[in-house]
Design a protein around this ligand. Structure first.
Ligand SMILES: NC(=O)c1ccc[n+]([C@@H]2O[C@H](COP(=O)([O-])OP(=O)(O)OC[C@H]3O[C@@H](n4cnc5c(N)ncnc54)[C@H](O)[C@@H]3O)[C@@H](O)[C@H]2O)c1
Length: 365
């Protein structure tokens, strides 16, 4: 039995409920307090999940808290991570890791200097669907991966999110918002990326909020909302990636990987389970039996994995280095589009260790 790790939550908005519901799966997670710059949000979280509500400064000053879970909006991710590290605590944040690589590097360096851990969402690649994909690739099911596609296209989040402006500001847009799911799933499957070529555009300068309580409000669109790129992986595989908030409907699959022996179709990287299909002919797709559990919404499994790492000394899978590589790729889309150049990446993180087959729910290895 691993001794639980004491967590302080900063940022009590929409996604905090998903974390706190799934967190009860993992004995290693003990939520000691929550905080938000919006005291009402923190009070709501306190009431719903029976966690003491404190101010952000009070939370950072607490000696008993070992890890800060940072679920703030993208523009606050790096600052809150830095504040956590500077107060002697490990930090785990939602995606994207930072607004840009300058900010991201500062967080990585501060963690190294202080011998503290930094982790980052997404953790969906630890779900049974994506671990089955990883296992199939490691077993050589597709042969040598040659090519792939990744498509995330919809019309944005202003139809449902109560406070959607951040999705159209720096750190938002389809690439920084949804790209981390797809890019992390691809890196988990294929390893790190060598270079990126891309074009990006924006179809609408404003968006109209369709959800309460801001229905009818106009949002200025400050980032590109259609991004199309080509990634060359270190392995040589070439993957086409399209992330868009300018598309009403499409019929492309989430992620496909095509190898010398077969093609593989991966489930939604913004989820944990789903169907994995393989085609060893040029005509039919066959369902692959899932080799791993964790099929339901398990947001917090990446945090739990980091906490197990703290107690056992092993590395954690949703690492800052992995998230920084994803950030570098996303930033390269913009640079490539602006300059017309292929952008070489500077980092080559290891693929995260796969989860063992047969792991019981609540267990992590
Ligand atoms: N909403 C989703 O479905 C979803 C899913 C996955 C990931 N995420 C990610 O989670 C993060 C949060 O998203 P959300 O939907 O919960 O947003 P939200 O706007 O509902 O909540 C964010 C909360 O952070 C607080 N906050 C902002 N800056 C802060 C600061 N400096 N210090 C303390 N608190 C601060 C806000 O007051 C707010 O309560 C984003 O990075 C988003 O990309 C959201």
């Amino acid at each position: 039995m691993i001794e639980p790790v004491s967590i302080g939550l900063i940022g009590c908005g929409v996604i905090s409920s998903a974390y706190l519901k799934a967190a009860s799966t993992f004995n290693v997670l003990n939520f000691a307090a929550c905080a938000d710059i919006d005291a009402e949000a923190s009070a709501r979280c306190s009431e719903n999940f029976d966690i003491p509500s404190v101010t952000v400064n009070e939370l950072l000053a607490r000696d008993d808290i070992e890890v800060i879970l940072n679920l703030t909006i993208p523009s606050a991710h790096a600052d809150v991570n830095l504040a956590a590290l500077q107060s002697g605590k490990h930090a785990y944040c939602e995606k994207p890791f930072a607004l840009n690589t300058v900010e991201g590097k500062r967080v990585i360096e501060t963690a190294h200097e202080r011998a503290l851990r930094v982790g980052c969402a997404p953790d969906t690649f630890l779900g049974g669907g994506h671990q089955t994909v990883r296992n199939a690739l490691d077993e050589g099911t597709v042969g040598i991966p040659i090519a792939g596609t990744a498509f995330m296209m919809n019309h944005g989040h202003e139809s449902w999110h109560p406070n959607p402006a951040f999705y159209y500001q720096e750190g938002g847009g389809p690439l920084f918002d949804m790209g981390p799911y797809y890019l992390t799933a691809l890196i988990n499957a294929l390893g790190p990326v060598r270079r990126v070529a891309a074009l990006t555009a924006r179809a609408f300068d404003t968006r109209t909020v369709g959800s309460e309580p801001r229905r009818g409000e106009q949002i200025d669109v400050e980032v590109d909302t259609h991004t199309a790129g080509t990634l060359e992986f270190m392995s040589g595989a070439i993957v086409t990636v399209v992330m868009s908030f300018d598309v009403w409907l499409h019929s492309n699959r989430f992620i496909e990987i095509h190898g010398t022996n077969a093609s593989l179709s991966s489930p939604d990287p913004n989820g944990f389970g789903g169907s994995v299909r393989v085609s060893r002919t040029d005509r039919t797709w066959d369902e692959l039996p899932l080799t791993h559990g964790y099929l339901e919404n398990m947001r917090s499994i990446g945090l739990a994995d980091l906490c197990v790492g703290i107690r056992t000394g092993r590395s954690h899978r949703c690492s800052g280095e992995l998230a920084y590589h994803v950030l570098e790729i996303m930033e390269a889309f913009g640079h490539s589009s602006a300059t017309g150049e292929h952008i070489e990446l500077t980092t080559t993180p290891d693929r995260p260790d796969p989860l063992p087959i047969g792991l019981a729910i609540g267990e992590l290895d």
